[in-house]
Design a protein around this ligand. Structure first.
Ligand SMILES: C[S@@+](CC[C@H](N)C(=O)[O-])C[C@H]1O[C@@H](n2cnc3c(N)ncnc32)[C@H](O)[C@@H]1O
Length: 232
């Protein structure tokens, strides 16, 4: 699929289109997220923080941090948490959040090898143009035994719930987004990219193939999202 010029990326996820699309949703990103997820996003962020088991001595990379809403949650642990994203619009929208912010592309991270005790990417990996390269970069910047937690949309495990959810994604979500979001087209991309994304086991295979060990996952909200854990 090719990208369009109306403010959304295509499933080819050209980096410039993805960054521009997030620039376009940045202003109302946080509130739109909360509305479209029926408030589940807060619980998912908390679950991500707990899964990382952070301590005050940890240096943590929050990749694809967007408005740093996820980084702010992680920082509650007392760890030194850095928000990195390639959408300057998203980083600017989070300028009031008191965490360090770095402009960075997940495919070529501006950090030295073995810089972080832990790394996380929430609702970001699905958007990168090359998932395997992003995983390899996360592996590179983690210290030996460093923890990785990926929070991403996934596949509901209970059949009837899965059917209902897919209907919500394709039929109800875009009209709701039209009322709330600053760029509703981006939410058509959201629905399509979720449907095209691997399920829990499929993502676990990709993480293992990138060289991580101890790969496992836990479902959130019946599998609408999942947390994948791994260690370097
Ligand atoms: C859905 S937002 C997630 C923001 C935040 N982590 C959260 O949980 O709300 C996805 C973010 O991924 C970022 N992103 C996508 N591809 C990226 C890349 N290659 N490098 C850095 N950031 C990227 C986008 O700019 C966007 O801010």
């Amino acid at each position: 699929m090719t990208s369009t010029s109306v403010g959304r990326a295509g499933l080819d996820k050209k980096p410039a289109d993805v960054a521009a699309m997030f620039d376009g949703v940045a202003r109302r990103y946080d509130i739109t997220n909360t509305v479209l997820s029926f408030g589940q996003d807060r619980g998912w962020r908390k679950a991500t923080r707990r899964a990382l088991a952070l301590g005050p001595d940890d240096v943590v990379l929050d990749l694809a941090a967007g408005t740093a809403v996820s980084t702010e949650e992680l920082a509650q642990s007392g760890a030194h948490c850095i928000a990195a994203d390639f959408s300057l619009g998203m980083l600017k929208a989070g300028h009031r959040r008191p965490v360090p912010k770095v402009a960075a592309d997940a495919l070529t991270l501006p950090f030295a090898d073995e810089s972080f005790d832990a790394a996380t990417i929430s609702f970001g990996l699905r958007n990168v143009a090359n998932v395997d390269t992003a995983l390899a970069e996360l592996q590179r910047v983690l210290k030996p035994n460093g923890r990785l937690v990926i929070c991403e949309f996934s596949t509901p495990v209970f059949g009837p719930f899965r059917t209902l959810y897919m209907e919500y994604l394709m039929k109800a979500l875009p009209p709701v987004a039209t009322r709330v979001a600053s760029n509703p087209e981006a939410y058509v991309y959201l629905a399509e990219s979720i449907r095209a994304w691997p399920d829990q086991a499929g993502l676990a295979e990709r993480i293992t193939a990138a060289g991580f060990g101890n790969v496992r996952w836990r479902n959130l909200t019946g599998g609408i999202a999942a947390l994948h854990y791994a260690t370097k």
